[in-house]
Write a new protein. Sequence first.
Length: 760
Amino acid sequence: MKFTDGQWLLQPGAAAHYASEAYAVEAHADRIVVLATSRPIKHRGDTLQGPTLTVTLQSPIEGVIRVSVEHYSASQPQRLHVPMPGAGTPEVQVVETDSHVTLTSGAISVDVRKGEGWQITFREGTRVLTRSDWRSLGYVQWGPKGNFVHEQLTLAVGETVYGLGERFTPWVKNGQVVENINKDGGTACEQAYKSIPFYITNRGYGVLVNEAGPVSFEVASEKTTRVQFSREGESLDYCVIAGPTQKDVLQRLTALTGRAPLPPAWTFGLWLTTSFTTQYDEATATHFIDEMKRRDLPLSVFHFDCFWMREFQWCDFAWDPRGFPEPEAMLARLHAKGLKISLWINPYIAQKSPLFAEAAREGYFIKRTNGHTFQTDLWQPGMAIVDFTNPAAVAWYQGHLRRLLAMGVDCFKTDFGERIPDKDVTYFNGADPVEMHNLYALQYNEVVFDVLREVRGDAEAVVFARSTYASGQRFPVHWGGDCWSNFESMAESLRGGLSLTSCGFAFWSHDIGGFEGSPPPAVYKRWIQFGLLSSHSRLHGSSFYRVPWLVDEESCDVLGKFTRLKHQLMPYLYTKAVEATQTGVPMMRSMVLEYPGDPACTTLDRQYQLGEHLLVAPVFTESGEVDFYLPATAAGGRWTHLLTGERKAGGQWHREQHDFLSLPLYVAPNTVLPWGAETERPDYDYTTGVTLRVFELADGATAAFTVVAMDGTIAAVGEVSRQGQRFDAHITSGALVDWCIEVDGRRSSVTRATSLAWTA
């Protein structure tokens, strides 16, 4: 929200009161409390009237400074904040001098200037990260629009901003206005299903605005050298998170807000759905599954979308008997084919649902302020919204999910959760509906994830979620929502995914081929490549079955090749997945996240890293022509195309032409890539039959590798070193069975020993 009219004026009707002086600064053992006046105090008469702002600085976790700003402390309902399960009371140091008070927590310090000339400076050692400066912190009174608190943190020359949730707008957020409120807007606009009030910059620090309710960001769009964030009301809360690298920031962010648990290995295989408005029943679903088998196309998960239930009755959690007369028997038959089963659900109950009257009678729905159930026709006619702040409603909702899990369902696609009313309604626990709007999706996914943990166990719990909020990475997996079937939408989906993973989300997926419309063959085949080189991979659409033979025969070849490629990459990919759950560094990474010191990576949004060793540049053209950049690496050496073995220099742009069985997929130099023996499924013993593929290992150099087991434990750790044409591989802990090494397409003998010496 813009409060000013240029550099000097305010918007008509707005009155701004800026922090002008740190009049009183209290240094405590664990915090600093500042009374900030909105004008210099020259004499006692200046102490009359206000406003003043109370600013409290403390640390919820090492390396993070939390700033809490209050105008009135008791005139509004208690604010809701971002869940912070990792918050604690770390050791801090508070030092006071005549001119400043400094609080230090691990790598980060904050200096408060005493007296006139408002300035709060955030530092890592001597390096200034950002500042709250002249006319940065303000309280704005704007007539009928309301009262607001805003902060403006400085940006340095060349500083670029990323994140703020799953944003499909340009990758670099400088110059954008971002409204932090979840909406069901699709991927082709400025709205987001997953609003996250967090940004990270190329200078290696992050800012989390610790608010549940809507936050308005002006990212160098109102003041060109500042990021402004504001909230209506009497307070504002935010955290500055130290680096020095973006990876370090994400480790601290997710240590504070929670990390993703490890999804089961089968979820990394190919998912196929019935699509949305297509006509389907058991015979149709079975036909597609059997045809995938006949065409030798590996499949891991089959998903039933909305119409597994009867029309107008979503959600009643009951199979439509017209198409699915024997659901338990059908699920058993599908399991016998080696498949896992996913079902679509949402948190809404239509008026025609047999469950509606019961839930309304028992008070399980969000209510209007007059005590009646809130209803709307926007989606399902007459639908109401389950109130997950009511423990009885949670138990009721989970009870229906338990019944489906008992039938043999393996997981749920938790769709919707964005169109939640934020005024004229009440919640069971009395929460402010404005505060609850964004948090609703988080609660919804948690309710479903918890029952999956209870019934299936921690190792098997997974959802496929569209909406969420900050800390939602704790309930994976998330997908990108409703995209169009064209190259432009494919590119915007990638921008959205990279923006989300830059907020600490470890796993992300998207609708292969696009959701709306029928994808042209070129779009479908290029999206298959992109989809199978994402953390999770799902064929899904609206009115068009997404099976490849309905597009063209070559699509079957492309799907088969890249599904099998992903299966063979699983010893590497699952290791990266495990690391993501331990560190918060996502599997799919922006180039600037992986190569923060390379200025060419600052704006790259049409390629990404899949872990630190694989670079993927999806093709977004009909012709197959693609431009991409290979960074120079610390190890030196050339990048190697995984599929062809061609080598190219780093620190350069390249242009290539690719058919539909290839794309720029490069392995970084000095890499040992564990390569699996299984091509037909993603969940297998990664320790047996693995090939350690060695790429551009310099003479005299050593490269490390790790292989995990399917339960996420470390199975083997080792290294490969080179002296001339001699390669020595050592397993320093754990064990592998029937393993070998490969250099330039030539393989050593197979061994079960813990070391191997081979001359290539």
